[in-house]
Design a binder for this molecule. Sequence first.
Ligand SMILES: Cc1cc2nc3c(=O)[nH]c(=O)nc-3n(C[C@H](O)[C@H](O)[C@H](O)COP(=O)(O)OP(=O)(O)OC[C@H]3O[C@@H](n4cnc5c(N)ncnc54)[C@H](O)[C@@H]3O)c2cc1C
Length: 419
Amino acid sequence: MYRDISVDFDEQHAELQSLVHGFAKDVLRPISLELDQLSPSQVIASSSPLWNVFRGWYELGQHCSSLPEEFGGANLDPLSQCIVFEELGWGAADLAISLGVASFPFLFLSQLVQATGETSTRSDYIDNILNPFSNNKTGSVIGCWAITEPNHGSDELGVGTDSFTNKSAAGNCRATLKDDSWVISGQKSQWVSNGSIASHALLFCTIDPDDGMNGGGIAIVPLDLAGVSRGVPLDKIGQRALNQGEIFFDQVEIPYHYMLVDKTAYSIMLDATLATANSAMALVFTGLARAAFEEALEYSKSRIQGGKPIVDHQMISQKLFRMYTQIEQSRSLARLVFIYNAKIGIPVLPLSIAAKVTATKCAFEVSHEAIQIFGGLGLSKGTLVEKLFRDARASLIEDGVNEFLELVGARQLVNTYSL
Ligand SMILES: Cc1cc2nc3c(=O)[nH]c(=O)nc-3n(C[C@H](O)[C@H](O)[C@H](O)COP(=O)(O)OP(=O)(O)OC[C@H]3O[C@@H](n4cnc5c(N)ncnc54)[C@H](O)[C@@H]3O)c2cc1C
C-alpha cells in the first residue's frame, strides 16, 4: 500500500480505503480480467459475472454513498470520495467508470432537488427515482450519462467554444414540449457508458436547435418507457468490461418536470457536469497508473537478468522512480482539484480538465513503461499490464478527447484569467 500524504487523511479514511481496496482486489480486478476476454454481448448477458460487481457494490451500500443523507446517502467528505475513486481505478478502471456512471444521474438529481426544494415534484422524484435507487441492493437500478451522438462527439462538450451556439451544429436528439409533457426523438451514440444496461439516463438533448448546442436541456429518463430501444453493445480495444451502446428514442414521452434543466441554465450545468466528470476521471486513472507501477515494481524484483533482479539495474530503478513521481503529481493535482471543487460548490472546469489530462497521460505513460519493464511478457494477452495499457489508451478520448478539452479549458482561461 502506498504512503498517503494527504494531511487530512485519518483513521476513518484508512478504514474506507481498506474496505474499497478489498472490493477492488477481490471483486473488480478478477472480474474485469474475465470480462476483458468476453464478447460485448457476453459481458451484459444475465449469466455474466458483471452482475456480481453491481450486486457486491450495491450490497456494500457504496453506490449511493456520495448522495446527501436525506436521500439515503452517506454524504461522504471529498477526500473519502477521492479515495473511493482511486481504489476502484486501481482495481479496474473500466468497472470503476461503470459504477461511477451508474450513480451519476441520481447524484445529479438529488443535488438539484436539494437545491430547489419544491415539495410536490420533490416527492415524485424521491418516491419514483431516488428511493428505488438508494434502496436497491441488486444493482438493477443503474444510471448512464447520454450526451454524445453519432454526429456530435466533441461538439456536445464544447461549452464556451465558437461552435457551441452555431445553429448548424445543433444536436439531433430533440425534446419538444407537448401540453404538459416533453416528447423525445433521436439517438445517442454507441459510446454511452452503461448504455446497454441502464435503467435511467441523464439525457442531454436539444430543446432549441436555433441556438445550436447552447439550446439544450437535461432530463432524467426512465429507460423502460415506450419508444426507448438499444443498439448492439460496442466492441473496443480497451475498457472492455465497461459496456457501451446506443440508445434510441422514438416519441418518448416524459412528464414536464422530468426536464430538470432547460436552455437557460444548460451551458452552466454542462460546464459543471463536465468538470465533475473530468475530476473523477483524474482520480480513477491515477488509480490505474498506481496499479501499473505496483505490477512493474513486483515484477522487477523477481525477474533475474544478467545475474540479478532487474530492479538492481540502474535504468530500471530510475524508470520506476519516474513512474512513482508521475503518480504522486497526478494524485496531488487530482485530489486538490476534486476537494477544491467540492468545497466551493461550483466546479472549475479548466482545473478539472488539467487534472483529467494530467492523470490520463500519466496512466498511459506509466502503463506503457510497465509493459517495457515486463519485456516480452508485457505484450502477452492476459497479463494485467497489457490490459491496463489498453484501458489507459481509451481514457485519452473518454469524457472528451484530451486535445479538445484543452481547447475548451484554454477558452475559459483566456476569458476569465486576469493578472
Ligand atoms: C471509454 C469511453 C467512454 C465514453 N463514455 C461516454 C458516456 O458515458 N456518454 C456519452 O455520451 N459519451 C461517452 N463517450 C464518448 C466521448 O465523450 C467521445 O468519444 C468524445 O467526446 C469524442 O467524440 P468523438 O469520438 O465523436 O470524436 P470527434 O469529436 O469526432 O473528434 C475526433 C478528433 O477531432 C478533434 N476535434 C474535434 N472537434 C475539434 C475542434 N473543434 N477543434 C479541434 N479539434 C477537434 C478531436 O480532438 C479528435 O482528435 C465515451 C467515450 C469513450 C472512449
